[in-house]
Design a protein around this ligand. Sequence first.
Ligand code: AQP
Length: 336
Amino acid sequence: MHNKKIMVSGIQPSNNITLGNYLGAIKPFVDLQDKYKMFVFIADLHAITNEFNPIALSKNKRNIACLYSACGLDLKKAIVFNQSDICSHNDLSHILLCHTTIGELKRMTQFKSKALTKNSNNTSFIKTGLLTYPILMAADILLYDADIVIVGADQKQHLELARNLAIRMNNKYGKMFIAPQPFILKNASRIMDLANVKVKMSKSNKDQKGVIYLLDDKETITKKIMEAKTDSLNKIKYDKKNQPEISNLLEIYAALSARDVNSIVKKYENKNYKVFKEDLAKIVVEKLSVIQKKFKQISKDFDKKIEPILKKNAKYCTVIVQKKTKLVYKKIGLIK
Ligand code: AQP
């Protein structure tokens, strides 16, 4: 077990989990769980960097834990835990914060897209957590000596910061961190909103009609897919530049059916979008109904089965990260 490379990743309980989160994160965790030693956390400290509601936050935390399992993550293998149960994430974050410049943080495209609007570059009223959360993310990763981190295409820049901080600290104070490598998926690393292909399918998208949530019912899923925006060419082709909408749907189809996009394009050579969408809706409904059935059962047993695992894993992680934090404290002269 300890010869395996280490992978760390997490999802924010900032809203209901989407099909994008599933294809870009949870499914790869499941696919890779035998290959890597996995630390998969519920990123609750990240979720409070945006507006949040405490009641919804705790419900979302619980749902993510259950969904990890319902989607196939084996809780006997993967180490699933709540980020806020482990104080060292904040401890290391502060130390890394003192080694990061404001310029580095302001350059993050995610910060720019969330904080800056078309009409204003004024960041005076933006909450500081939105600027600094990539440092917390670096701490999440460096604490566990992660070799790889599965990230969606838009998180690549944050991982680069984690790598830079690891190298910077190692050079300045002596070896203390592993510089992690990004693991970017070939497919489905960025599923787009079905109603507006210019934006990512995100938990917190205001308009929900282009976002499929893992717990959406059959009718809602079918409606969202049948009403997904498409071009007027009515030709099933994978061409992200000229036909981004149908290409996005093809990526979802391919990822869920474990087929390559070309074979799907071939299958629908002489078919129209309606036929394709009907088939895609069936595939999505079938996949999600299996997950939902398991989720229902697991949710019922949360207190008895899931909560104790989270607590046990928190204890296990605390031992690992306290060792790492102590090393860092020593290297930088905070303790002897
Ligand atoms: N549309 C997507 N396609 C593929 N992968 C995606 N991920 C998110 N959206 C897509 C991946 O899911 C994980 C979620 O991590 P997160 O919750 O920490 O961050 P996020 O990327 O900010 O997720 P959302 O859904 O966009 O949430 P909000 O709206 O709260 O910001 C990551 O691995 C991400 O790449």
